[in-house]
Design a protein around this ligand. Sequence first.
Ligand SMILES: CCCCCCCC/C=C\C=C\CC(=O)SCCNC(=O)CCNC(=O)[C@H](O)C(C)(C)COP(=O)(O)OP(=O)(O)OC[C@H]1O[C@@H](n2cnc3c(N)ncnc32)[C@H](O)[C@@H]1OP(=O)(O)O
Length: 243
Amino acid sequence: MKFKSPPVNSLSLDFITEFCIGLEKLENNRECRGVIFTSAVPNIFSSGLDITEMCGKSMEHYAEFWRAVQEMWLRLYGSNMVTVAAVNGSSPAGGCLIALTCDYRIMVENPKFVIGLNEAQLGIVAPFWFKDTFVNTVGHRVAERSLQLGSLHSASEAHRLGLVDELVPEVKLQEKAAAVMAQWLALPDHARQLTKSMMRKAVLDRLVAHREEDVQNFVNFISKESIQKSLRMYMEMLKKKKR
Ligand SMILES: CCCCCCCC/C=C\C=C\CC(=O)SCCNC(=O)CCNC(=O)[C@H](O)C(C)(C)COP(=O)(O)OP(=O)(O)OC[C@H]1O[C@@H](n2cnc3c(N)ncnc32)[C@H](O)[C@@H]1OP(=O)(O)O
């Protein structure tokens, strides 16, 4: 699955809806046993949740948007397929979450590419299920420090921390992703799928059990004037950076 929503593959409601429909089709296709996620936009895997979906909109819109974000994560983290992220560009926040939610992450070894859950830098808080996914990948200590600081890690640092599993030159990315996929698909599906479910079930169940509460927390949090102000300032900063 190749993300192609220029300029930065931000995760808008439309993007997320298409992502979920695409994933469901693949999940229901018995001939499809694995998916590689990558980007068709140069230098960007995904810039994370589309900030314009969380700024200056109605409470109803925030609730609809957050349910879609939850749905995307639930489907991807709970997927029966082998999921490999071929990270060929920067991947902050929600973009990093997509990579973390896969079974395996391969990143291009470009010192300009960054990845991490940088929510704290925007004055927002990664919800518990972002945090759980991060802890399950890198462990508690690394996740705690990285989340509190809202760190964006270079590709080599991300590899050192275990945030990504492998680094490769750009020209080798697709070949490597296909080789990893072949390795994972060599196992009997039922054994791999039951093992994956055993490892992820508690974290998935936690969101399912608290889904509406999580939507309400998000809506209350994001609609606070102080948070709206932080998001507006962040968007301004992104625009100024270009001038
Ligand atoms: C008490 C507990 C309660 C719990 C409540 C939970 C609350 C959780 C809430 C939210 C969670 C959010 C998670 C997220 O994903 S937030 C998004 C974070 N993303 C970022 O910080 C990335 C921002 N973008 C960048 O750093 C760069 O754009 C980069 C991706 C590195 C690409 O750089 P470059 O190639 O130089 O491109 P530009 O910066 O010029 O961007 C091009 C245009 O795209 C716009 N843009 C960029 N990112 C976003 C985005 N995420 N959303 C919307 N728009 C984005 C940017 O403004 C440029 O627009 P324009 O051309 O009009 O100037």
